[in-house]
Design a protein around this ligand. Structure first.
Ligand code: EPZ
Length: 432
């Protein structure tokens, strides 16, 4: 078993490079299924969920190869119409459900087991199913397997009951080859929605309005391969911004799109942190002691991202005063608070609101990652705590953060990855 061991209290200085966006890659890789050709996708992050998605495509009959680090070629010519995504694969990640839209869009049929993904309460897929049905598909479930079939998909008006990243992406995938016009209203506007639309258009699709709440898709008959580069990861960048804000110091985060980080930058500036935007970088300077208290409400883009909520709670756990975080997207995304309390944080949770009474410092302790972003929060907590923090369940963190030990070590953090077999800690990566 492997863990991260962090010795806190060091300020962070230097440069860090951001990888490709996980939540864009996890939609774009399955989208390649829509053409019978070869797609070359650049800036692919080397993370557990992406590698699992690649395995799923290979299971369906695609041929894939990394022709260079982070550059993936996918040949989808040999994918068979009746290929299905089995439970043991679909369960590994949430994004496996994109194969429903992609296979339905290409073949008019799909069979995918219910998806997995981080657990923060109920995660229904009713909006996905409703969108497919409006396009003319019959949906059936047998045990954990969801099947979709449509002799011919016909463009339709799809008004989302609630803003859903996954449902917006899945309906886009099913609609690009449907007959006629599909209009998605109340669509999600995240940067990765725009990235998927740009990828689909590079394949010859006709998708307009992505990034607004109305997306119009005119069906086309065929799609072709393309070369495409994935956008930088908004949440990875935000995580390192908050790490620097909490630990203190000055770091420049390169290969970002500052516009995607606006809500995070604004909240850090409100908490007394200096954020300087470059063309494709942000510099975070934090030398003024404890951050200011503030109120955070997570919202769909362009609001403050829910995927940054746990990380922000760590920063506010040492703020000067009492802060509040309300979680409007997920039912139960405060499970990590228990781990922060073990480090001395004073946080009370009442339903979807956390009240955070700032303390002077956190104290190192053995903690665990409950999910991907909770794990990122434990890393930040370890960086700022006095003493040693040991983080367990690190596979959650490596589902979404490429080379996290190397990146943090590179800006001066004391972090190592250790193998803990017979109680001894064998350092595998990093320097402590
Ligand atoms: C995506 O999840 C992301 N995952 C999540 O990031 C992110 O938290 C979420 O979007 C919101 O931004 C991936 O992209 C792989 P939703 P998704 O559909 O698509 C409800 C991370 O850390 N809903 O936008 O599953 C749902 O319950 C992960 O990278 C329905 O009610 O999220 C939730 O309350 C964690 N019915 C809200 O909508 C549906 O059919 C938003 O969910 C679908 C969703």
């Amino acid at each position: 078993m492997e863990k991260f061991v962090i010795r806190g209290g060091k300020k962070l200085y230097g440069d860090i490079n951001i990888s490709g966006a996980k939540n864009a890659a996890l939609a774009i890789i399955p989208a390649a299924v829509l053409c019978e050709d070869i797609c070359r996708i650049e800036n692919i992050p080397n993370i557990i969920d992406v590698n699992m998605m690649i395995k799923i495509l290979e299971h369906l009959g695609a041929r894939t190869s990394f022709v260079k680090p982070n550059v993936l070629e996918i040949d989808t010519k040999n994918i068979k119409a009746m290929a299905a995504v089995p439970d043991e694969m679909a369960q590994k990640l949430r994004a496996s459900y994109y194969l429903l839209g992609a296979m339905l869009g290409r073949f008019g049929c799909a069979s995918v087991a219910m998806p997995g993904g981080c657990f923060f309460g109920v995660r229904p897929i009713d909006q996905h199913v409703r969108g497919f049905e409006l396009l003319g598909a019959d949906i059936s479930t047998k045990g954990a397997i969801i099947s979709a079939s449509a002799p011919k998909l016909i463009g339709a008006s799809v008004y989302m009951d609630n803003v859903s990243v996954g449902a917006t992406m899945n309906v886009m995938l099913a609609a690009v080859k449907a007959g006629g016009l599909t209009v998605i209203e109340n669509a999600a506007k995240e940067p990765h929605i725009v990235d998927l639309a740009n990828f689909l258009n590079s394949m010859g699709a006709d998708v307009r309005g992505a990034g607004t709440d109305v997306i119009k898709i005119r069906g086309v008959n065929t799609l072709h391969g393309c070369t495409y580069s994935i956008i930088p990861d908004q949440i990875e960048a935000g995580t390192y911004m908050v790490a620097a804000a909490a630990a203190g110091g000055k770091i420049t985060i390169n290969n970002v799109i500052p516009k995607h980080l606006e809500s995070i930058s604004a909240k850090l500036i409100e908490s007394g942190i200096e954020v300087i935007e470059g063309d494709d970088s942000v510099t975070v300077i934090s030398n003024n002691g404890r951050p200011n208290k503030c109120i955070v409400k997570t919202m769909p883009h362009p609001g403050f991202p829910t995927d940054m909520q746990p990380q922000m709670a760590v920063l506010l756990s040492i703020a000067d005063g009492t802060s509040y975080i309300s979680e409007s997207v997920w039912d139960n995304r405060f499970m990590y608070i228990e781990q922060l309390r073990r480090m001395g944080a004073k946080i009370q949770v009442d339903g979807k609101t956390a009240t955070i009474e700032g303390v002077n410092t956190l104290l190192g302790a053995p903690v665990k990652a409950d999910d991907l972003r909770a794990g990122a929060a434990m890393l930040i907590a370890g960086l700022i705590a006095k003493g040693e923090t040991v983080v367990d369940n690190i596979h959650y963190i490596e589902r979404g953060y490429e080379n996290v030990v190397e990146k943090l070590s590179g800006i001066g953090a004391n972090i190592v990855r250790v193998s803990v077999e017979t109680g001894d800690k064998k350092v595998i990566a990093g320097v402590i």
